[in-house]
Design a protein around this ligand. Structure first.
Ligand code: GH3
Ligand code: MG
Ligand code: MG
Ligand code: MG
Length: 314
């Protein structure tokens, strides 16, 4: 296909080929009540290797999005039975913002007001029917690139570079919201703080590179053991885990199990086995705000260190 369109510049072809590689993993949902239109757009999308799913009206589109939460693009018609395109866009935007799901509205040439209304309701872009195939692809690519760029910027701002865990900033931003939710719904929320024991000594003995490797491996083990919870590197060798829905006892049990596993499984740095343990504090005083929980759990961590390290206090 790309070769056939040989009027493109060399640079454009290279860019397109890179795009096509990524498109294999990108899901696009077409919401349109006309089977002919859906088939036509599917054809265009499949030329560029996108994965395509379809819906005949707004409600079906919502069901499809629930079934395929990893959908990246929604292309939606305006006039559809059950639920029209505007209602669909408004509904979807309550769940996902412009940087999580690209929405492109379709409007016919006769009514330019439709495209403005699509954008006002939260669509990223619109296309007037009938459209040039090339314009269709260009707009899709442009909107995808923008979304990917913003996601990369968000990751850089919210994640720790060394471990790829969330950072302190994200834990406090997201944590305050989780805390408010837990308080308003009367749900549990546990906070864990853990700190590697004698990490300075480990750096001094095995080198800073080995220390970095331990931080990465511990982060990996945290993600594996607590995939449902928010794990963050707060700085240095200190980590926090926010556990919505867990009582103090439940959180304590999980962290105690994790402590045991970490102290028994060796950390490898090349051929060298590194001795790694951590101490932790656990709290669940959600009557307070997140800052006070953080101070409280810091105090428990301090006591766990005093108690001799490789220890959890709840
Ligand atoms: P304790 O058991 O009381 O926690 O002792 P500790 O040695 O772990 O604690 P301390 O606060 O004295 O030392 C922390 C060390 O962590 C000092 C610092 O050089 C090291 N560190 C902080 N950030 C990094 C990092 O990103 N990589 C490496 N390799 N070391 C780090
Ligand atoms: Mg229609
Ligand atoms: Mg330490
Ligand atoms: Mg420390």
């Amino acid at each position: 296909y790309v070769v056939k369109e040989s009027r493109h510049s060399y640079e454009y072809v290279v860019k397109l080929l890179k795009r096509l590689q990524k498109n294999r993993h990108i899901k696009v949902l077409i919401a349109d009540d006309s089977g002919t239109t859906r088939r036509f757009i599917r054809g265009l999308l499949e030329q560029h290797l996108y994965q395509v799913i379809e819906a005949g009206h707004g409600k079906e589109a919502i069901a499809q999005l629930a079934k395929h939460p990893d959908t990246s693009i929604l292309i939606t018609d305006y006039a559809m039975p059950e639920m029209d395109g505007f209602e669909l866009v408004k509904h979807v935007r309550n769940e996902k913002d412009k940087h999580e799901l690209v929405i492109i509205g379709l409007s016919s040439t006769e009514s330019g007001a439709l495209s403005a209304k699509f954008i006002k309701n939260g669509a990223n872009d619109f296309l007037k029917k009938p459209f040039f195939h090339e314009e269709f692809h260009c707009r899709l690519m442009h909107n995808l690139e923008e979304m990917e760029l913003i996601q990369a910027i968000q990751d850089a701002a919210n994640r720790d570079y060394l471990t790829q865990l969330y950072n302190r900033r994200y834990l406090f931003n997201e944590g305050c919201q989780l805390h408010e939710q837990a308080v308003s719904k009367g749900q549990q929320l546990a906070l864990v703080m853990l700190d590697i024991d004698h990490f300075k000594q480990l750096n001094d003995t095995y080198g800073h590179e080995a220390g970095d490797e331990v931080l990465r491996q511990l982060a990996g083990k945290m993600l594996q053991s607590f995939p449902r919870f928010l794990c963050a590197r707060m700085g240095g060798e200190e980590f926090c885990i926010l556990m919505p829905g867990l009582t103090n006892d439940q959180a304590n049990q999980l962290v105690e199990g994790f402590r045991l596993m970490v102290s028994q499984q060796p950390f490898m740095y090349g051929e060298t086995e590194l001795p790694v343990t951590f101490s932790a504090g656990v709290t669940n005083h959600i009557g307070e705000d997140l800052d006070s929980m953080y101070q409280g759990v810091d105090e428990y961590l301090y006591r766990a260190k005093e108690a001799g390290r490789n220890f959890v206090i709840a």
